[in-house]
Design a protein around this ligand. Structure first.
Ligand code: URA
Ligand code: ZN
Length: 382
């Protein structure tokens, strides 16, 4: 039964406590509230530095648990592993980030533990990724205490992080004690972008959110993960379970080029234990890529990493199947709502259709990506 579930592992919330904080602010990130002429409350979310069009409309779909459950019902989603949306606590001073992380982790535990039990399977409909106070000047103790807190909250099965670390990125050695604790606790680390890349690259034309979201976000994840690989984090913490947003961005496409650049660079040529492509096989990717060709390609690249682990060449139809085992369905809800009212959200339907259409994936592979892989990764067994 559990292997046939549809599980959404990329789905966000701004918990009420967090939404209140955003409402209390007047600079990015914040929620701007106004009343329209007909007396309706109009709330806009401004979280990016150059937020186009006066901000995105926000409403209860961002914080109300019933709305999350209704969205899940509408799309046949059995279970969601929910995470706070960007920019998390990145903009707060250390003491406030530390307190708020603890409070939001408790809030999220409550949000999940009060959720309904799935009919026919003794598990809840909601699980969560906790938050760490990853900000400059935070103490290692505060980070470790929060890892411990998350590991003890029964419905939190991982944590979501951005790419800033404590100010110097995720390849900062200061994070080694944190990786040690996360690895020991068996928590899944969901790496998610927020900052994109230098806005100057987008030029002067008004292209809405397209360039920062379609390109900036995945490039950011690509860079952060590549820096992790280059710094040897995956050599030092071989059991770390990293889940990359948006199917790993451009990393699957660029991993052989990365391997070649490493091989030809005297600074790093002998730094890593393995060929760079080996590390792709240690990652988990969400299946938020919107197209079957992209999912198929990413699964090939993941499976190919086996060649760099065992030396044996991996070929034939089984290759794609192998790679599919590290890919997991997601929606990015409540972002990407349809512009015109439709029964189902295109962003969800496209990702489900893509999973159905990957050439070479068997029905077992599709069931795995739809939910079976999440059941295993997050130990959703009741
Ligand atoms: N836009 C965001 O700001 N965050 C997401 O996760 C998706 C879209
Ligand atoms: Zn997201």
């Amino acid at each position: 039964m559990a292997s046939k579930l549809l599980v959404d592992i990329h789905t966000h919330v701004y918990l009420p406590r967090y939404a209140s904080l955003l409402r209390s602010r007047t600079s990015v990130p914040f929620i701007r509230s106004s009343t329209s002429r007909d007396g309706k409350l109009d709330e806009r979310l401004l979280i990016l530095d150059h937020e186009p069009s006066g901000g995105r409309p926000v409403g209860p779909q961002y914080w109300d648990r019933d709305e999350k459950l209704q969205f899940m019902d509408k799309h046949g989603i059995d279970v969601s592993v929910v995470s706070t949306a960007n920019p998390w606590l990145d903009f707060l001073p250390a003491s406030q980030a530390s307190t708020l992380a603890k409070e939001l982790n408790e809030d999220l535990e409550q949000y999940c533990s009060d959720s309904p039990i799935l009919p026919n399977a003794p598990i809840k409909r909601l699980y969560g990724f906790g938050l760490l106070p990853l900000v400059p000047e935070i103490t290692t103790k505060s980070l470790l205490d929060t890892v411990e807190q998350i590991s003890k909250l029964p419905h939190l099965r991982g944590l979501i992080i951005g790419t800033q670390g404590v100010g110097k990125g995720l390849d900062d050695e200061a994070l080694d004690p944190v990786w040690t604790a996360i690895e020991a606790a068996g928590l899944v680390v969901f790496i998610h972008p927020h900052y994109g890349v230098d806005n100057k690259a987008w030029g002067d034309k008004d292209n809405g959110h397209v360039l920062p979201l379609a390109l900036g976000f995945p490039f950011e994840t690509t860079i952060a993960t590549t820096r992790l690989i280059l710094s040897g984090v995956l050599d030092r913490f071989p059991s770390l379970r990293l889940l990359l947003a948006h199917s790993g961005g451009a990393l699957p496409q660029l991993s052989s080029r990365l391997a070649s650049c490493i091989d030809h660079d005297p600074v790093v040529a002998s730094r890593l234990k393995h060929d760079a492509r080996y590390y792709l096989g240690k990652l988990y990717l969400d299946a938020v890529a919107y197209g079957p060709e992209e999912l198929g390609f990413a699964s090939d690249v993941i499976a190919r990493s086996g060649r760099y682990q065992t030396g044996a060449s991996v070929t034939g139809p089984a290759v794609r199947s192998l790679g599919s085992q590290r890919m997991l369905f997601g929606t990015d809800h409540p972002f990407f709502p349809p512009l015109n009212s439709t029964e189902k959200w295109k962003s969800v339907v496209e990702n489900l259709d893509a999973i159905d259409a990957v050439q070479g994936w068997t029905q077992t592979d599709r069931d795995g990506v739809r939910g079976g892989n999440a059941v295993a990764l997050f130990n959703l067994v009741g």
